[in-house]
Design a protein around this ligand. Structure first.
Ligand SMILES: *Cc1c(COP(=O)(O)O)cnc(C)c1O
Length: 393
């Protein structure tokens, strides 16, 4: 197989063959609408496969919608501060602006070790202290579980509990991951998942909000369906959104969940192969931080500071072989749309998220990628690092 014929994508959908059967049932029952029994089934399947006992899910049109309704359920109002991971995807931060609230971005770190992409407890501690002193504590905190790892909740949650600030866990990338045996999605009052086409499973676009709090769930459900009140006519007591998932997408999602564990196992294997292949070269693949069992959604290469090769070079070189790699998320505080947002680091003038962006590359990680193709990618990657970093061999 020549690379010019078939492009290797970063994280393409991986179908298992069960999805069309579910979709066929949707057609046979004529629930080609966002209200069929497949929705409830998908919500129950999700809670089972995510190991979220005692939780309820509301299937939604996207992970972004889940975060938006989650913020509203936590009572975020215009002008409120909302702390948010600085290193994340914009869809996990935009909903703060939908509500005209003020995002405050919290740096990632510490720089060394496998926690480097997650929210930095030291930066969070500082932000809480300074905002408490100014009397502007946040209404909520959005913590992202980046690249399928969990955030260091053992250190983040006690800081927030001390001030009674609720967490909205952005587990869009972390379905099936655990920290100290507890599943991602369950570390906040509300969790958000995404089933976008590039995630570990996909419903061809979709998301879910999850919570163990029935009152929060009742609001999220109601608002997601145009806030239709329980009345024999169209009565709206609250502001509604058209955020429901379609039955067709729910059926795809239920089919995908059946191989979630296999997808995770394969992505972890792929990550292990990259780690082996790059041994002795000036870059490391992010592994599982202590206590974390990651779903290895993306294998992320962090180039050593001393290494002459830049992320741009790696991406451009692989691109010449029709292999898609991407740079790490560009930090939110650097984004033009968020230019006015405050940003808090643990130490003045040291941005760990910018440092991560300067050195991070996301590698092809799709669970459908065969060993032979993975071998071609690792060979190319080793060659780039050897050539550009002056490593012998
Ligand atoms: C994908 C993603 C989202 C948004 O999910 P969508 O389903 O694409 O709206 C939010 N946050 C993070 C960290 C993501 O990776």
């Amino acid at each position: 197989m020549s690379r010019l014929e078939s492009r290797i994508y970063l994280s393409p959908p991986h179908m298992n063959g069960l999805e069309p059967l579910g979709v066929q049932q949707v057609f046979e029952s004529n629930w080609v609408a966002p209200a069929g029994p497949q929705i409830g089934q998908f919500e129950r399947d999700l809670m089972q496969y995510a190991a979220l006992d005692g939780y309820e899910a509301c299937a939604l049109s996207s992970g972004t919608a889940a975060i938006h309704l989650g913020l509203r359920a936590l009572g975020v109002q215009p002008g409120d501060r909302v702390f948010c991971s600085d290193l994340t995807f914009a869809g996990g931060a935009f909903p703060i602006l939908y509500e005209c609230a003020v995002p405050v971005f919290i740096d990632s770190g510490p720089a060394d070790g496998d926690w480097c992409a997650q929210m930095d407890p030291a930066a969070l501690e500082r932000a809480l202290r300074e905002h408490a002193a100014a009397g502007i504590l946040p209404k909520a905190v959005i913590i992202a579980d980046l690249y399928g790892q969990s955030a260091p909740y053992d250190r983040l949650l006690p800081l927030l509990e001390a001030y009674g600030i609720p967490v909205l866990e952005d587990a869009a990338e972390a379905l099936g991951a655990h920290f100290r045996g507890q599943p991602c999605g369950s570390f906040g009052r509300i969790g958000a998942f995404s089933f976008n086409g590039n995630k570990i499973i996909t419903s061809s676009g979709g998301g879910a909000a999850v919570t163990a709090d029935p009152a929060l769930m009742q609001n999220i459900r109601c608002w997601s369906n145009q806030a239709k009140a329980d009345a024999p006519y169209y009565l709206h007591e609250a502001l509604g959104f058209n955020y429901r998932l379609s039955s067709v997408c729910a059926a795809i999602g239920s089919g995908q969940l059946r191989t979630l564990r296999a997808h995770i196992a394969r992505r972890r294997t792929i990550r292990a192969r990259y780690t082996e292949a790059l041994a002795g070269l000036p870059g490391q693949i992010l592994g599982d931080p202590p206590g974390c069992q990651s779903n290895a959604w993306l294998s992320v290469l962090r180039l050593e500071r001393s290494c002459g090769v830049t992320p741009e070079t790696v991406v451009a070189t692989l691109e010449r072989d029709n292999i898609e790699a991407r740079r790490a998320w560009y930090p939110m505080h650097c984004q033009p749309i968020f230019r006015d947002a405050p940003y808090v680091t643990a130490e003045d003038g040291i941005s760990q998220s910018e440092e991560f962006f300067r050195r991070g590359v996301c590698l092809p990680s799709g669970s459908a990628m065969p060993d032979q193709v993975l071998g071609e990618v690792t060979d190319r990657l080793k060659a780039v690092l050897r050539q550009n970093c002056g490593v012998q061999g």
